[in-house]
Design a protein around this ligand. Sequence first.
Ligand code: ADP
Ligand code: ZN
Length: 218
Amino acid sequence: MIIVLLGAPGAGKGTLAGALKDELGVHHISTGDLIRAEIKAGSPIGLEIKRFVESGGLVPDEVVTRMIEGKVKSTASDNRGYMFDGFPRTGAQATDLDKVLSANGLAIDFALYMEASIDVVLQRLTGRRVCRKCGALFHLTNMPPKKDGVCDVCGGELYQRADDNKETIMKRMSVYNEQTMPIIDFYKKQSKLKTINADSGAEDVRKALLQILNGKKS
Ligand code: ADP
Ligand code: ZN
């Protein structure tokens, strides 16, 4: 199964993928996580792209497409499928993803548009906390860790992402509206778009996707 998760920052793409990747057996590929790992490692690419992320802009298409290409090439033969989270984010990335997949004999099954309202995403992003060690996601009030500041999964330290501040969030939202929204239409035209209401809690959203996978809803 190859699924693309679409939706504004804070729509819950990473939370949904985190909750379902083991159950579905798919690879969870988050370009945000890949990008943050490069920045943390201080690699040449990381140094080059840090400024884009910190300002709330997008990393150049070629850079993210190369990351995705590498991941797909090295895992395609295990036939586990994918959940792409945060990619594609532009029209060019959407066509690139189709090319990368077809070069490996694969194709997207559907794109899941997680539709969320602005108040909800703002509340989610400002309260979001991330594990420094394993990347698990938490929220101060919606999904608090058992122990303050400590990851339930691995005991790592929780931190607030540098781009999860109000000003950068507003910039990310406008980038999303301008550059990412149009690709919803790209998948609609291919009859691959499924939409769910992502304002509800993580468990309801998880169930909504499982229903789609079981063919109960289109
Ligand atoms: P969110 O969905 O909460 O905005 P992500 O972790 O997906 O967070 O992305 C964080 C940042 O990483 C983005 O604001 C952008 O700078 C960069 N980024 C992630 N994915 C892409 C992508 N596909 N293309 C360009 N930049 C990306
Ligand atoms: Zn952790």
